[in-house]
Each structure stands twice: as C-alpha cells, then as structure tokens.
Write a protein that binds this ligand. Structure first.
Ligand SMILES: Nc1nc2c(ncn2[C@@H]2O[C@H](COP(=O)(O)OP(=O)(O)OP(=O)(O)O)[C@@H](O)[C@H]2O)c(=O)[nH]1
Ligand SMILES: [Mg+2]
Length: 407
C-alpha cells in the first residue's frame, strides 16, 4: 500500500510520518496558488481535505474546476488509507419508485448477458417485490449493495415512517419512473416528494438519480408527459442539494441495452474514489491509440469501469456492440477477440474490437472503436495492452475504494 505515496505525493513528502498532518501542498498535482485558496477555507492539511471538504465545496468550486478539487479529495483520502480505515470498499444504492416502475427489471437487465428475447422471458412473469429486496453485486472490486424498496402502497408507508432504517448510510438514491404510466405520474411524483422530504429531515446528503424508465424506442413521449417530467426535474433541482439534471437523469429501457449499461456505469463510477483519474487515463488511451472510443468493462457484470469518447453516439454504439458480441461468446471462454464493422447513419464505418484483457490476476473486457480498417486488421494486441496498462494500471490497483457516504 505504501506505493500510494509514490503515486500521490511530491517526492520530498513520501517518507514523512503522520500523513494526516501533511500540508496540502504535499499532493503531487497542486500548486501554491491553489493551496492558498484552500487555506482561505481553513483547509490546510491532508486530513482537512479528506474530512472537511464538504463544508466549503460549493464555494471552492466557483473558483477551481470540480474535477481538480475531486481529485485532491480523492488523493488525500487515498493517502490516509494507510492511517485509518476512512475509505470504504462498499457502497449502498437504494432503488425506489412505485410498483411496476421496473426496478427489479433494471437490476436483472444489468446482469443479463444473453439474448434480448431471453431477457424479456425473464421479465415477463415478474412478481411485485415484497418490501425490501437486498442484493450484492461485485463491481470493480467494490461490494455494491442494491436495496430495492418494493413499491406497492402497502410497503411504502413503512419506508416513510421509518426512513432511518432504509436510507441512512446510502451512497445513492435511485428513483425509477415508468414514463408510459401516465395515469400514475401524480402518484409517482407524490411518492418522490415524500421520500425527498423524509431524507432531508434526516439531514442526509445523498446524491439522487432519476431513471425515466420504459423509454422504449417505439414509445413516443407526448407533450403533457414532458411537462410533468420538467416539473419533476425542477423539483429535484430545488430540493436535492447535489442534483444536476444534466448528469443525474437517465432515459432507460430494457429494450435499449446501452441505456441501462450506460446509466449504471455512470453511477458506479461516481461512487468510486478514483473516477477522475480513470477518466483522464481513458482519454489518454483514446488519444494514443487514435481511437474513437475506448472502454474497459468489468468481466463479470455489464458495467464499464473506464471509458472515453468524444461523442455520445459512439459511446452508445460501443455499448450495444459489446452486448451483441458477448451474447455470442460461448461462456466467455478466453482468450477471445471479436472484430466487427458498423456503418453509421452518415455512411462512415467504425470497426469495433472486443477482447479480454488481464491485469495481474484480474480479467477485463476491452473495447475499441476505430475508423481505421488498416489498424483493426493489423492489430498488435500486445502493444495495445501495454498502452492501456501504462495509463490505467495505477488506477486499477485502487479501484476497489469507494467514496464514503456524505452523511
Ligand atoms: N415496455 C417496457 N416494459 C418494462 C421495462 N422494464 C420493465 N418492464 C416491465 O414492467 C413490469 C414491472 O417491472 P418490475 O421490475 O417488476 O417493477 P418493480 O418496480 O420492481 O415493481 P415492484 O417490485 O412492485 O415495486 C414488468 O412486466 C416488466 O416486464 C421497459 O424498459 N420497457
Ligand atoms: Mg420489484
């Protein structure tokens, strides 16, 4: 673990004792001016930054890009891993929404790796969830606990009367709305308000996400529905301190597989302490490989740990191509390599490359999109592995660390 110091601290600070009291300037990637600014907010030591950042976060964010602040916070927390167990290796996501919204379906779809028709078969006969349903999944070496709160009205009362039993220690609350159930919007919105209310009363600083679910490709959302969604968005923005519509709302459908993989991947990356580092590293991989998309998927679940693309459209294409490819990989016997050409609406081609990858003991699935047929044909797999490893291996080493819940 002491390697952490080498990666996060300036050289002269690496052998120091009592890391908690190190000045913030000890972090590798911070300058004197930035340190001065933090000082103005009584943040002087690594420990201050790790524990007291949230008091002044919004004010600091007006002067320094959030990405930088986040990476310092993450850095200081990682440095302190040695000193205390302040970083958790697990996270809790609470999934709520009225009955029939599609919560159980979402968590089934997240894990499903076979054909769409076999997924639909599984979802067809789903029974309502009775009260709290706990499930543990392993994502990027973190233990993620998904708590689904069955949405039938007989159960809702209990959550609202005893919110501390259900919501304390939560990293993310995920609210699911069925966009097709127009006659139930009002009930759904009312329930959302009630939960926001009880969690605010508990003074929980929980990030919220909203899934506008059942946004099927063939379903057209009418104007009236859109108005309701807008008022929900406004309500969230005004009542949930961390809510940012642009990054916290997702349209999902079990019929569009990239939508579920994309949305959950965003969420899980946000829980991870190292997301900023991974983001930058992925961008570098894309640049060096001259690719249009790079993604690193978890081997055992459909989640993308690291990814970069300049275009959302290509991200969706890659996620969908990933599903198509793994459907046909018989039990993912290794090593595997899939190469396929996709033609975009504008007539250009993208070559999709999917293969398994090993970092030490851990297996991943790597995906690339490139317009360059030549490159795809003469793929030097070892060279690519080396580039990815160069940029990502430090982060992968630390990927099991989750942020701590803010409350
Ligand atoms: N059209 C469409 N139907 C969906 C989608 N996702 C789920 N469903 C259907 O919605 C129904 C209800 O799904 P569930 O996942 O059981 O709903 P839930 O939110 O868990 O309900 P409770 O457990 O009672 O709270 C099922 O019949 C699913 O087949 C989707 O994306 N599109
Ligand atoms: Mg359910």
């Amino acid at each position: 673990m002491s390697e952490i110091r080498d990666k996060l601290l300036k050289e002269e600070y690496r052998s120091k004792e009592n890391l908690k009291k190190l000045p913030i300037i000890a972090l590798l990637d911070i300058n004197e001016d930035e340190v001065e600014l933090l000082k103005g907010f009584q943040l002087e030591t690594i420990e201050d930054l790790s524990d007291k950042w949230s008091d002044h976060y919004d004010k600091i964010a007006k002067k320094i890009p959030k990405e930088r602040i986040n990476s310092w916070i993450a850095g200081s927390r990682l440095v302190l891993v040695e000193e205390k167990e302040k970083v958790s290796a697990g996270a809790k996501i609470v999934m709520v929404g009225i009955d029939n919204a599609g919560k159980t379906s979402l968590s089934i779809a997240l894990k499903h790796r076979s054909t769409l028709s076999s997924l639909f078969q599984k979802l067809y006969a789903l029974a309502p969830t009775r009260g709290l349903l706990r499930e543990k999944i392993d994502v990027f070496k973190m233990d993620i606990f998904i708590h689904e709160l069955g949405g039938q009205s007989i159960y809702r009362e209990d959550y609202l009367e005893n919110p501390d039993q259900y919501f304390v220690g939560t990293d993310i609350i995920l609210f699911v709305i069925d966009v097709q159930a127009k006659d139930r919007f009002e009930e759904s919105f009312e329930y959302l308000k009630q939960i926001i209310n009880v969690t605010n009363n508990l003074k929980l600083k929980v990030p919220w996400k909203i899934f506008f679910h059942k946004s099927d490709p063939e379903y057209e959302i009418d104007k009236k529905s859109l108005e309701v969604f807008e008022s929900i968005t406004d309500y969230m923005t005004n009542n949930c301190p961390f809510f940012e519509p642009a990054k916290d709302m997702f349209r999902t459908s079990v019929k569009i597989r990239s939508s579920i993989l994309g949305a959950f991947s965003h969420m899980f990356r946000e829980i991870s302490l190292i997301q900023e580092g991974v983001k930058e590293a992925s961008q570098k991989v894309v640049e060096q490989l001259k690719a249009d998309f790079f993604g690193l998927y978890d081997y055992s679940i459909n989640v993308c740990f690291a990814q970069h693309s300049e275009k959302q459209e290509l991200e969706d294409l890659a996620h969908n191509a990933y599903y198509e490819a793994i459907e046909n990989i018989d039990k993912l016997r290794e090593p595997f390599l899939r190469i396929r050409r996709y033609t975009l609406d504008d007539g250009t081609n993208e070559i999709f490359i999917l293969r398994d990858l090993k970092f030490k003991e851990d297996r991943y699935i790597m995906a690339l999109l490139t317009p360059d047929e030549e490159m795809a044909r003469n793929l030097d797999q070892d060279a690519i592995q080396e580039i990815i490893e160069d940029h990502l291996k430090d982060w992968i080493e630390f990927r099991g660390y989750a942020r701590f819940p803010l409350d």
